[in-house]
Design a protein around this ligand. Structure first.
Ligand SMILES: *Cc1c(COP(=O)(O)O)cnc(C)c1O
Length: 429
């Protein structure tokens, strides 16, 4: 008998209405097989599906949920904003409040522009880098994902990797020919590529902590070297912090790691679970954005009052104490997962930065996309389904990071570790 008949019925219906039954591809479980779970509600660390089953959530809306689902402070901020008007198409105080909060947290972030998604943020940031430098090439890393932007859909990590497509159909060659690809954590290769394209590269775009091929931390010195190379070549360094921003630290990855990019992209956490994105950075660069400068970028719903209020409520309640607590939970989860893998004689790498973590089934640390792709994905799929049936919702792909929130308790973490050990044992049978 199925554990999830309501999800199965909804999925069958959804497949007749939306491509693959979903509105974003990874949700469809293609990497792990089976029927995607349809949810009805979420609270704190837990998701509840259409059949009433409860799950400890390790997707956390792909990192967007930091405090926990339906946090009372965020919910009341949204309700209050909604009662005062859902969109003005004009400036409002909520934008000022959130912008001030974000700028105060991030070193080197002098100006910000809100948009509606991370995809929009990276799209605008590379347009700005090109406007500022008068150059057209962009260097990105294999396995880094920057949203569904045409020119950035070259070796874009999880969502794409999951489907084994090197690229997306429908993207003309002319658009990706200005996209240069390097191996993550390989500064030597970046150096060689910049030498070979002297005076032509506008920006190096990087996830400062990679989270879209599973969690892959920057090797010691890698980001420092990128900063140095960018300075030497007159190239702008763009940190895509859509995932890491205000998740790995109070001031994002740039602050945590002590590296100052020229431009930032943000999203996820800054919207408190509502659709949002942002880009920003040095004032002289942001002054090029319309209406001050010649680079056009606009959005009807940008700076939406509900999104601004939700983001402010989330961020203003995430201070040093919350980040310290996330670090403690993370260390406990990391140690526990490593312990049960070892106990079952399973080769695994537990990689973590802050409240982002991955278990890769492989004997060696994972530093780049090829290594991430070479891990034991069939084993992950088995463990995923065991965990799901025990009430733990992991990301449905071996190439996605897991996210936990300030609502996860020590008990949640310990039960997760215990269930993971049992799942490994079941998978080995
Ligand atoms: C999620 C993500 C994006 C895209 O953001 P959307 O809101 O999904 O458009 C861009 N960059 C990174 C690093 C991301 O994790």
């Amino acid at each position: 008998m199925s554990l999830r008949p309501a999800s199965e019925a909804l999925y069958a219906e959804a497949c007749g209405l939306m491509p693959g039954g979903v509105n974003s591809p990874v949700r469809a479980f293609k990497a792990v097989g089976g029927t995607p779970v349809f949810f009805e509600r979420a609270k704190g660390a837990y998701l509840y599906d259409a059949d009433g089953n409860r799950y400890v959530d390790y997707v956390s809306s792909w990192g967007a949920i930091l405090l926990g689902h339906a946090d009372d402070r965020v919910v009341s901020a949204i309700a209050n904003a909604a009662a005062h008007g859902t969109s003005f198409g004009a400036p409002h105080a909520g934008e000022v409040k959130l912008a001030k909060e974000i700028l105060a947290r991030v070193p080197n972030l002098e100006r910000i522009r809100f948009v509606n998604s991370g995809t929009e943020a990276t799209l605008a940031a590379i347009r700005l880098a090109r406007a500022a430098t008068g150059r057209s090439k962009i260097l990105k890393f294999e396995g880094n994902y920057h949203g569904a932007v045409d020119s950035l859909l070259a070796k874009a990590g999880s969502g794409i990797a999951t489907f084994g497509l090197p690229d997306s159909a429908g993207v003309p060659k002319a658009i990706t020919q200005d996209t240069l690809l390097a191996r993550y954590n390989d500064a030597e290769q970046v150096s060689a590529i910049l030498d070979a394209n002297k005076g032509e590269v506008a920006a190096v775009l990087v996830e400062p902590v990679a989270g879209n091929m599973g969690l892959v931390p920057p090797a010691p010195g890698f980001l420092e070297k990128l900063r140095e190379l960018c300075d030497a070549h007159g190239v702008l360094l763009v940190f895509d912090e859509v995932m890491t921003g205000f998740r790995v630290a109070k001031g994002g990855a740039g602050q945590r790691l002590g590296i100052r990019p020229d431009l930032f992209c943000m999203g996820k956490v800054i919207g408190g679970g509502l659709p949002v994105g942002a880009y920003g950075g040095r004032k002289d660069l942001m002054d090029l954005v319309a209406p001050l400068g010649p680079m056009y970028q606009a959005g009807t719903l940008s700076g939406n009052p509900l999104a601004m209020a939700a983001g402010y409520a989330a961020l203003s309640n995430a201070g040093d104490e919350q980040y310290a607590a996330l670090e403690v939970l993370g260390a406990r989860l990391e140690a526990g997962l490593a312990r049960v893998c070892e106990g079952q004689n399973v080769s695994a790498q537990v990689q973590r930065v802050g409240s982002m973590i991955s278990v890769f089934f492989t004997a060696e640390p994972v530093r780049d996309f090829d290594e991430a792709s070479g891990t034991d994905k069939p084993l992950f799929a088995k463990v995923f389904h065991s965990m799901l049936n025990k009430g733990f919702y992991l990301p449905p792909s071996a190439l996605e990071a897991w996210f936990f929130t300030a609502s996860h308790s020590v008990d949640d973490i310990d039960l997760t570790v215990e269930a993971f050990g049992e799942s490994l044992a079941e998978a080995g049978k």
